[in-house]
Each structure stands twice: as C-alpha cells, then as structure tokens.
Write a protein that binds this ligand. Sequence first.
Ligand code: SF4
Length: 701
Amino acid sequence: MNTAAIKTLPGRYCNSLTEYSRFVTREVAIGDVPMGGNNPIRIQSMTTTDTMDTIGTVEQSIRMVDAGCEYVRITAPSIKEAQNLAEIKKQLRLRGYNVPLVADIHFTPNAAEVAARIVEKVRVNPGNYADKKKFDQIDYTDAEYQEELERIYKKFAPLVKICKEYGTAMRIGTNHGSLSDRIMSRYGDTPQGMVESAMEFMRICETLNYYNLVISMKSSNPQVMVQAYRLLVETMVSEGMNYPLHLGVTEAGDGEDGRIKSAVGIGTLLEDGLGDTVRVSLTEEPEAEAPVAIALVERYVERAKGERLKAKGNEISDEKNLSPFTFHLSPPIHDPYLYTRRHTYEANAFIGGHMVPRVVIDLSQKNLKDPSVLNEAGYLYSPLLDKYNMADQSVDFVYLADQLPSFNFPGNLKQLYNYKTWQKLSDKTNCHPLFTLQEYVDAEDSSSALNLVLIKLSDLENETFNLLPFDQKLVFVLETDAVHCMAEQRSFFFKMEELAIDVPVIVKRSYFFEVGGQKSEVGSQKYKVGSEIPATHHSQLTTHNSQLQLNAATDVGALLVDGFGDGIWVDAPQVETKAITSTAFGILQATRSRISKTEYISCPSCGRTLFDLMVTTQMIRSRTSHLKGLKIGIMGCIVNGPGEMADADYGYVGSGTDKVTLYRGKEAVKKNISSTNALDELIGIIKEDGNWVEIAELSVS
Ligand code: SF4
C-alpha cells in the first residue's frame, strides 16, 4: 500500500500533544457513507432487537437513524440471522432509509460469509473468529505460533475474499475481555495483546490486498482502552498502515455512569485527534446512544476546521483576543502506554502522594446561613441532632471565596478562602488560603498546613514563577481558558515532569453553557445520512448537567487516565451543586482514581440478549449500589458475556430463557438458576465472600 501519506507522529501516537490535529486515516467505503480521511467523525449504534424480528429491527433502526446514527449494526449469531439481514435491508430501503448496515459476528465464520454478501460492512472479533475460548495457557514455540497464524489464515481468508468481491468493508474489533487463548498466552490481558490480536488479522487482509478496514480496541476500562488505541496507532504507523478507528467503551453501563465512562475513554482519544467513528454503548435504548456520541464529537467540528477559538462560553472569539501563547514542549517523559501516577509529595498528609485525588466545589454563591447547603456536597445535615452524616461522595474542599458561613462546618471538610479574607479569619482551623501567583510571592503570611496557588501554563514562563517559594505546603490549582484545555493542562504536567517539580496539582475547569435556544428541538431533528453534523447543532442533551458530565469527563478524565492530577475542581455556575459533586466523583470512579460507589459493567444488549437488561440492571443496582468498590458484571448472554465482563468481581449472565448463571470473577459458581431468585443468590455469594455490608451512614461531628 502507499505509505507516503502517512505522517510520523511526534506524540508517538498522535500528530500533536499540544494542539488539536486530527490523525488522517485512509478513507474506507461503507455504502454511501465513507469513513476516515477527511470525512466527519461518524456516529453509529447497534440494535437490541432479535434479528429474526424483521419489523422490530427495521423500526428500531429507523429510530436510531432519526436520532443521528450513520451506520446501524445488527447481530448475526448464525446463518439464519445473517440471511434475514437481506429482508431487513430491503424493508429499510423501501422506507427510504439507505443507512449502511453492519453485521456483528462472533464465533460464526459461516454467518459472516453470508452477511458479507448482503450488508455494507461486517464486524469480526479476532478473539473469537477462529478460536473457541478454553482459557488454556499454552507456551507456544515460534514455529507453533506460526502454525496458529496459518490456521487463522485458512479460516479468515474466505471472508476477506468475499468482502473484496462484494465491496464490503470490515471492522476488526478487538475486545479486551475476549482475547484468544493464543494471544493471552503470549501477551496476557494487555493493551499489547489487544493490538496484536487485531494486527494478526490486519496483516492477513493486506496479504490479500484488502484494505477496506476499520479497527477498534474496546474495553470496559477506559484506561486500558485508551492505551490500546494509542498503541494501535503507533503500531499501525510503524507498519505503514493508517486504517480508520472506531472508538467505544464496552459495557459502559447506564445513566450518568455510562456517559461519564464513555466520555473518559472516547473523549480522551478525540482530544488527541484520534477516531473516525464513535459508538457509545449504554444499557439503554439504542436511540439514546447517538445523542451522546454526537455531543462528544461535535466539540471537535470547529477544531477540525482549524478555526481558532477561545473558551468563554461557547463563543468564537475574534483573532485579536486569542491567546498567542505557545509552549515549547520537550518530548514528554511520560509513557502513554502505561499508567503511572505522577510523583508528588503528600501535602499536610492530605493531598498528593498516595492520597486519592481530592474534590473541590465552589459554594461561594450559596446561602451560607443554612447548614443544609452542604447536603449537595455530600454532608447530610440532621437539624434534630445538629450533626452531619457523611455520604460516600462527600467533597474534600469547599471554596467560599470571601463569604463567611454562619454555622459550624463538619470537622473533615476543608474551607478555601481568598487569601485576603483568609488573613482576617479569627479561627483558621480547617481553613486554607487560595492565592494568585503574585499574591503568594508577595505574601507576608501563609498557612502552616496548606497553601493553594492558582496557576496557568503561561505562568511557567513568567518571572514571578521563578520567585515562588517552594515548600511542601504548596499545592497548585491549575486553571485554563484555552479551548483545547486538556492539551494545555497536560502540557503543564509535562513541564512539571521536565522541571522535576513535585507539587501536587488540583485540575480546575470552568464551564459556561449556552442558555436557551436549540436543545428542545433536537429530539425531532433528523440527520441526513452521510452529512456532516452541523457545528451549531446541539444534541439531545436534556440539561446542562448532561453537557457537564461529557465535557468534564473528557477534559479532566483525559488527564487522570494518564495519572495527572491530585485533585479536581469542576466549576459550572449553571449546574446544580449536587450534579457537579456527582460528576466529579463519577470521573474519579471511571478513571479508577478514587472509588466511591459500586461499578456496573453492563452490556448494551443486542439480538442475543436473554433478559431485559435495563430492568435487570436497575433491579440489581437497587440492592447493591451501596457496595462501594465492587464491580458487578450484568451480561445479556453466555456466549460473549463472561468474556466481556473483563475484571468484574461478580457476574450475572443470561444463560437461557429465564435462566441466569452467576460468576465469581471468571468462575461460574451457579449455573442456569431461575432468574426469579438469581439476585438473592448473587447477594448470598457476595455475603459468603464477606463483601456484603448493610446500608449504614457514617456519622461525623
Ligand atoms: S454480552 Fe450483551 S451485547 Fe454482548 S453479545 Fe451478549 S447480549 Fe449482546
């Protein structure tokens, strides 16, 4: 293939670590909606109906297209479903919907070979296309490994030849949870194993001169997923490939958790210009997924045009107001393929070092005469007892600016005041000053515990920075007003590493949203398939809360997945405090930096699903959501579910009509039990393991 157009990557896996630059992939034809190259980032999703239910599948596909999907994926577990894709396609075309269809294949090459003659694209999972999982650990010699590759070639080559003949595209979609025994034996359950799993299949395609490929590296753990995509890009480029990337976080769950987890994984990659299509997997109706994907992608429409923007609200600034600051960055010391938390000292035995990242919220505009104002910060005030009960998600600092509360605060909640106001406090217990850089340099007094100093990337080139008195009470609060704020804040961390400065850093991000206007009409908006999503179109986000979840999870989550940040401060004056608190803790949970609740790894469901996933997930959640730190997998089928649960502690997996199999880790401990008592049985197993706790609130004075 022609590799002349493939750029080398200064950031190793992306064009630039400091400014938005889309990694241009080769264009792949998928029906009338090409992907990659300079095409817009495409939106897609997958049906949840039984593929044999033609009308149900057609109607759901139409709802998905109307919600913004540009491709519709449909499961084809066996030949009969693959054949029925022809009828589904016919019915869609009769109704005027030319959306390209994608057949989703696991384990069944014969179904793939039928589907490839009917639909515009097939998706194969290299972990199970030619292999059945037996969880065998085998030490292959190089010759034996080569034999395995030849075996795969024999199974896979016929499909490639059909795709070539029919002009069908193919996604080679690796899943972290379903790597083959061969890959697991040689590479383990690692991003490298995920990449190699796809590369084996990609190399076969190239041997056969077939290049109509799209690649994905999904995981339910955003950190693993991000590392795998990065490594994939670097590996592809080193082998002269530039196939489009399909981005997704698998089994992300539902509601806020699902959105935040998806945004952390997908958003982190989009920030670095990676990604040609996005599928958000939520345990909700599939038409609920496209608006989230659109909201994630639309932030990059203007950036991709190379227009220079300034983040103040969502306004486009005129040239002269733009920050001319450019930072000269040395190659980062940080390894983008391996999580390592940035080394910092532990300030006041509270922040930095090995401490969990701290959460700051702004209460300065609230009624500070009423102790219940702290409810939304996770401190539940009981007027009867005049005490606070601490919730699982209770913030660590509240910023009060220059406002003085008229009630006593809980003992473990720190208050932040502007320096001049802090100076005047008679009792400074648990109260800490927030300085500007200049104030701190000029200050005559400071706290003997913690001093927080506002800083921006550009400050590092100011004289004032060189005058900064360093001691281990100092904590930076990193602000930005750049549009590509993540890259700017990341540059600050790179520079800290380069200068060997180990001051803990709280990442602060402020959001202002457009008021009024477009959002109410979005539900009825119909996208023209193949068209670019209008920059001004605001997706079906019902509230600013939803926008905040996605934007903050992208911007702050992208730093945390790389181990940057000892605290987070999300500011959004138009969003209620409770939602800000919940978003902040959600981001920490999704990045696995600080666990404050149960994690649900629930599949989005598809035509294989054996129970109502949404209802079941809600039922399980209602009885286990207080089990902080446990990971519970909820999977619709036994074929893929156990593999896809990844590192769940327990699994609830559909294994037949009204039948469930329960897992402890990867081991099936109760097989095919009635779904009526399955949840009670699951709780029994959790209790047996000593992992059950009764709901109780921790009381604090
Ligand atoms: S685990 Fe869920 S989404 Fe995956 S194949 Fe099974 S039912 Fe479908």
